[in-house]
Each structure stands twice: as structure tokens, then as C-alpha cells.
Design a protein. Sequence first.
Length: 309
Amino acid sequence: MKSTDKLAVLGSINADHILNLETFPRPGETVIGKHYQVAFGGKGANQAVAAGRSGANIAFIACVGEDDIGQRIRQQLAEDKIDITSVEVIAGEPTGVALIFVNGEGENSIAIQAGANAALTPALVEKHHQIIADAAALLMQLESPLESVLAAAKIAHRHQTKVILNPAPATPLSDELLALVDMITPNETEAEILTGVHVDSDDSAARAAAVLHKKGIDSVLITLGSRGVWLSEQGQGKRIPGFKVAAVDTIAAGDTFNGALITALLEQRPMTEAVLFAHAAAAIAVTRPGAQPSVPWRDETDRFLQQQG
């Protein structure tokens, strides 16, 4: 029997190597960093952690390497209230790696090496198809092989599991995949790549959302950074502003938003209320360094919302 609140997340796991510096280096330039740390990350894992800490009933389909950091990541995911039964250990492969620069404005520049994430094949997705079939919602990103994302979306569609896609990193996607998506959460750049519409205003966000609606997607949420989110449902759109905070770095802000948003929706909260909950979680995250270390627990997000009135 399908649980009304069960969430499946399919996606990537990385070890993030983060270096803080004043400005990003130009080609051929060497700059001196101010702080270095290794933290657990990967868009899939970040979103799973955000959902778990927000209170979701969550299972995670992913891969780690047969190495020490992969073992430590699995242990941490379990502590974050995530069912890791379907987090596979891939023999002979390292855990995925992300190399991240964070500048003095809190902006980041990231390069990734897939490692064990490349082993998240359609065959492995099929191995765990029952997790997707039993879930109320499936949340995915694009750091996993595209054919596996499509395979998971097809399983979800067959079993009336809602498909939520955060189309990051930005890449063109087939109409076949987009037609299987119930909700999509691109940022401005990702929306432009998917629609051809340059998003720099509410009007252009509405036009981009209309293109995505025509591809069969019911709910479109285009994240606009400090301006909030453009929400469009069945063609009716509005901008929901975020909360103003002093950002330390923006790593995992979008991931935190996605995990918290879906958790709130699975609790049957109205969409606008769910977006505000997700805004609050993301606002807390950008005031802290790192990816998963920055993700708040539910009680922190609830307190933040109370303080905002």
C-alpha cells in the first residue's frame, strides 16, 4: 500500500572539498584561500538530508564508493533520519568528489567527479523499483545518469508516484522525460536552458513557466535567488519572496529548499505555506558554511518562521 507521506530520493553523493577565498581565480592565477574543509554533499544527498531533517519519511537510492568516506557518509545519512537500505556500496570505485570554491560574496564555483555515482544505472534503479512504487513522491536531480533519471520517472509514472525534478546541473532534457514530471524546480539558468526564455523578471519567469506547462508539467517553481520563487500552477503564477539574511555561502541553498519543500507538501500543507517553509530552511542554510552541515533541522526552521512573524 502506498504511504501518503513516503518520499523517495534518487541522486548523487559526494565528498565536498571546500576552499574559501576572497575572489575566484582567473585562468593562470593562483589565489590564497582562507579556510578549507571536507564536508558531505552531492545534490541528491543534500536534498535527502534536508528532507530528513525537516521530518520526511524518506528512503534514498544512491551509490557510494568502497572507501572510508563512503562508509562515514552512509552512517551520517542514517543519523539524519534517512533509510539507507538502498544506498549501494560500489566495489572498486571511489565516492564522488566535488571541488568547491566559495568567494567573499558567498557565491560558489563547483566541479565534480562522479566516481560511484556513475554506477547508479537503470538496472540499479530497477532493483529498487518497489521503493519508488510505494512512495507518494520521487525527488530527483541531474548529477545521476540521465537514463537512470528517466527510468525512475517511468517507474514512478506507472505507480502514480509524483515526480519532482530539480534540473540541476543545468542541461537540456528530452520532452519524453519532461512529460513524466509533475513538478519542476529550476533556477533562472536552468529554466533558460529548458525553455529558451532568459529569466530576469517576473514576466520572463511567467513565460518560461508557460513553456514548461506546455511540456506537461503541472507545477513550476523557478528559484530566483534573493528575489524568492516564481510559482506557477496550471498557468497561474505569482512570486513568493524569500527571507533576507546575511549569506555566508550559498552551497546547498537550492537543495535545502527542495528537500524542505517536498516534505511540507507531503504533510499536506498548502503550496504557499510549503514554499515559505522551504524559504526559511534555505535562508538558515546560507548563513552557515558547507553543504550538509548548513542544513537546518525542523525545529530550527519552525523557530525562524516564528521569528519572522
